[in-house]
Design a protein around this ligand. Structure first.
Ligand SMILES: *[C@@H]1O[C@H](CO)[C@@H](O)[C@H](O)[C@H]1NC(C)=O
Ligand SMILES: *[C@@H]1O[C@H](CO)[C@@H](O)[C@H](O)[C@H]1NC(C)=O
Ligand SMILES: *[C@@H]1O[C@H](CO)[C@@H](O)[C@H](O)[C@H]1NC(C)=O
Ligand SMILES: *[C@@H]1O[C@H](CO)[C@@H](O)[C@H](O)[C@H]1NC(C)=O
Ligand SMILES: *[C@@H]1O[C@H](CO)[C@@H](O)[C@H](O)[C@H]1NC(C)=O
Length: 394
């Protein structure tokens, strides 16, 4: 066995090292970039979600593009059309990686591009929320970025899937605007892309964007035309569903009814006694928009309100103004009270007349007249309180 001299050993090692280096590590997942030079001027337009490149040299190539948002774990792939790929509206504020790839014969072409949200970290708006109010307005709110420059001015635009502006607003000058309202929703699509951009003299400001399902951001108003009435056994509350921007069917609605019965105002002190515990019920939307429940105790008062829910977004409207049905809910019509009291007066007079006759005849003690009032107020339609007052009236 011969010993290899040191210089020769070094030369041998170098050779092997070089051989290994030229062979290189191969990554089976990415095809060799044979066609790097094929995509000239690869550019991305965030306003239309379009990746495009200079045409020429790709005729017959099958191309696909991929957009990757690493942070959100989103990966979407589309086929190319001509020398461009158009993606569906998507959030871009975290930055995205874009890839274009194709086959030409046996050669594969592949190129990537990084799109960044340029500007100082923390300069952009945060926590964007939007809602459609009163079936007519898109109202959006956000917070000023923690590192936003002092002269920041944010403005908001709403785009449809082809990148056309369908609504916009920039808030009044002065304090940094964090809210704006778009009044014309005529062209607002089901999927809207909303972007808040910022401007400052100190440099670029990051943008904040969101893709919003406009059907899910509608905040319903309280039900309209709420009314309630009671008979002896039941009270019925009726309402009209609130107007909505997106067409809604009965099944998209639900309603919550809350009611409480209160004892009558005490006639001596005119103070309300403690009320009963409120009762609530949620019902599915239906054609009659009405709900009946047992009447409160006779001569009680009733307090009732209703709110509308959107089954698509799980959100509730504000409550309708509470309706209070006073004793009129259980008091008979005035004519009946008058009739009852005149009847009672007549009975009184007859009884008195009879008593006087008996007194005159026998001069014995007046026998007790069996409860006139009780007999009259046995009829539960008659409010004994009212009756008593009427009787005592001069
Ligand atoms: C790429 O863009 C530059 C500048 O816009 C232009 O001069 C050049 O011709 C373009 N290349 C191709 C292949 O279109
Ligand atoms: C946005 O909301 C998050 C989570 O609620 C909160 O931590 C953050 O401070 C908010 N940003 C601003 C600028 O208010
Ligand atoms: C976006 O709006 C423009 C202008 O209103 C309209 O021409 C276009 O068809 C709309 N795109 C979609 C996808 O609705
Ligand atoms: C509410 O009542 C008014 C007057 O009765 C009526 O004109 C209106 O159409 C009603 N609204 C709804 C939503 O039913
Ligand atoms: C009272 O109202 C309820 C619910 O509207 C109804 O079902 C019932 O027949 C009414 N009773 C009388 C005596 O009118």
């Amino acid at each position: 066995m011969s010993i290899i001299p040191l210089p020769q050993l070094l030369a041998l090692l170098c050779c092997c090292g070089l051989a290994a280096a030229t062979q290189g590590p191969t990554d089976p997942s990415t095809p060799p970039n044979l066609g790097l030079a094929h995509f000239h001027n690869l550019t991305f337009d965030p306003g239309t979600w379009t990746l495009s490149w200079a045409c020429g040299g790709h005729d017959g190539a099958v191309m696909s593009c991929t957009v990757i948002d690493q942070e959100a774990g989103i990966r979407r792939r589309v086929r190319s059309r001509g020398c461009r790929c158009r993606f569906q509206p998507m959030e871009l504020h975290r930055g995205v990686d874009l890839e274009v790839a194709g086959d030409k014969g046996h050669a594969q072409v592949h190129q990537t591009l990084r799109f960044e949200n340029e500007g100082a970290p923390g300069s952009g708006a945060e926590n964007l929320t939007c809602e459609i109010l009163a079936a007519h307005f898109l109202c959006c709110y956000w917070a000023v970025g923690p590192a936003a420059p002092d002269d920041i001015r944010y403005s908001l635009r709403v785009l449809n899937a082809t990148g056309h502006e369908v609504a916009s607003c920039s808030a009044a000058p002065g304090t940094p605007p964090t809210r704006c309202q778009a009044d014309d929703l005529t062209h607002l699509p089901r999927l809207a892309y909303i972007v808040v951009t910022g401007q400052s003299r100190t440099g670029l400001v990051r943008f904040l964007d969101a893709v919003v399902n406009t059907k899910g951001i509608e905040r319903l108003g309280p039900p309209d035309n709420v009314s309630a009435s009671c008979n002896f056994s039941h009270c019925t509350i009726t309402w009209a569903p609130p107007p909505t921007w997106a067409p809604m069917t009965e099944q998209d609605f639900r309603f919550e009814i809350e009611w409480k019965s209160c004892p009558p105002l005490s006639s001596s002190t005119q103070k309300a006694e403690p009320s009963s515990i409120a009762q609530k019920v949620v019902i599915a939307g239906r054609e009659d928009n009405a709900f009946a429940f047992p009447s409160p105790a006779p001569r009680g008062r009733l307090w009732v309100r209703v709110r509308a829910g959107d089954t698509r977004s799980d959100r509730w409207s504000d409550w309708s103004p509470a309706l209070e049905l006073g004793s009129e809910a259980t008091t008979p019509p005035r004519a009946l009270v008058l009739a009852a009291s005149s009847c009672a007066a007549l009975l009184c007079a007859l009884a008195l007349g009879a008593a006087c006759r008996r007194l005159a005849l026998s001069r014995r003690l007046l026998p007790p007249i069996p409860g006139i009032r009780d007999r009259v107020s046995d009829d539960e339609r008659v409010n004994s309180e009212t009756l008593r007052k009427d009787l005592l009236r001069p």
